[in-house]
Design a protein around this ligand. Structure first.
Ligand SMILES: *Cc1c(COP(=O)(O)O)cnc(C)c1O
Length: 372
């Protein structure tokens, strides 16, 4: 086979972008107005449109989700210890450390892959001030049980909702849960502004405080009320977001079809389990994680390599666990014996490619590689 007719590599995700022609008028408006950032017209319109689309009342846009999480912790004055999951992207725990907070890792439920509510209470100490769960793969946490525990012990709940754009439960957007939720618009996420994110707030007062914090603490021309950070989203990213919103439902429908094909194709494959949904009424089909168990003929890493050899770049999200990285593994709660379910899942998980432009034939090829 020559270089030219070798199939293009397939990645686990590929952003769906609007046509460049449709973006040009937005760029022209930015060039003409010379308003580039600091809450310009596209920023304000994007916040408004997002509230409508998601069915929430108060949103603060951010340059990215990580700065959003760092700022959310500042806004609620979280200190001491925070209970969180080791089965996530490193930014979850990093946002705590950037606030001088000690992460306390609690195991996941092996079926939902989210923080196991039954294990939270045993990890609470007098220093605990909050819980930071993750709606992993966009599958909602057990928000009611987590709320009940938080209320009993007087803790705040900040959701890392990086994966959960567009996800709904019986009572509407999952982003409404917790004291605050932060969502990501990074290039690898289902809804992207290249870089970007947002905090969903319960009320206007909290949003106002978060807006001060994301703008160096400025509350007026000459008034600084806190040692804030620069977390603002630019007009370029906000304009892109406005345009991206138009295509989101169509993109989701395409993801849903791929999800359905994978589930049907893998239903009877011995040793392979598809991560189950966790009670959402509307999914975003952001990821397609499978668990490669001991009954499968290959190890997870051998199947990963087999895919790589065929130009298919599947990902081992989330391996290694956050608690296994050098800056966390010394914590008592990071011991693998404390995290048996997360440790096992991290050894078995593989995320298959899922994105709107993934073709039917490519999905069939991926299924064939698993089944052959
Ligand atoms: C992507 C991601 C983040 C970070 O989002 P950015 O917008 O890239 O800062 C945080 N948490 C989780 C779980 C993520 O997947």
């Amino acid at each position: 086979m020559t270089e030219t007719n070798r199939p293009q590599p397939i990645y686990v995700t590929r952003p769906e972008l609007p046509s460049l022609d449709d973006f040009i008028p937005y760029l022209r408006q930015i060039w003409d107005s010379k308003v580039l950032t600091n809450g310009g017209p596209f920023h304000e319109e994007f916040e408004q449109r997002l509230c409508e689309r998601l069915g929430v009342h108060h949103i603060a846009l951010f340059a990215n989700c990580t700065i959003g999480l760092v700022t959310a912790l500042q806004a609620l004055r979280i200190t001491g210890e925070v209970i969180t999951t080791p089965y996530s992207f490193v930014a979850t725990a990093h946002s705590l450390v950037w606030n001088g907070i000690k992460p306390v890792f609690v195991d996941i439920d092996p079926l939902t892959l989210n923080l196991d509510p039954a294990k939270i209470e045993a990890a609470i100490t007098p220093q605990t001030t909050a819980i930071m769960p993750v709606h992993c793969y966009g599958h909602p946490c057990d928000v009611e049980r987590i709320r009940a525990i938080a209320d009993t012990y007087g803790l705040k709940v900040i959701y890392d909702a990086a994966h959960a754009f567009g996800v709904e439960c019986a009572d509407g957007s999952v982003l409404k849960h917790g004291d605050l939720s932060a969502v990501s618009f990074h290039a690898t996420k289902v809804f992207t502004t290249f870089e970007g994110g947002a905090i969903i707030c319960p009320d206007e007062k909290t949003r106002q405080r978060i807006n001060y914090l994301k703008n160096f603490g400025f509350a007026g021309e000459t008034t600084v009320v806190a040692p804030g950070i620069n977390g603002k989203m630019s007009e370029f990213n906000a304009a892109l977001g406005l345009l991206q919103l138009k295509g989101f439902d169509e993109a989701t429908a395409k993801r849903r079809a791929i999800d359905g094909r994978y589930r049907a194709g893998l239903a009877h494959v011995r040793g392979v389990t598809c991560a189950r949904e966790t009670g959402e009424t509307v999914s975003n089909y952001a990821y397609f994680p499978i668990l490669v168990g001991p009954d499968y003929p290959l190890s997870r890493d051998a199947l990963y390599q087999k895919f790589r050899d065929h130009g298919i770049h599947v990902r081992r999200y989330f391996y290694p666990l956050i608690s296994d990285f050098p800056m966390y593994r010394g914590l008592p709660s990071a011991a693998p014996t404390n995290l048996p379910a997360a440790s096992r899942v991290a050894q078995q998980v593989l995320c298959l490619p899922i994105y709107p432009s993934l073709e039917h034939g490519q999905v069939e090829r991926i299924l064939e590689l698993i089944c052959s």
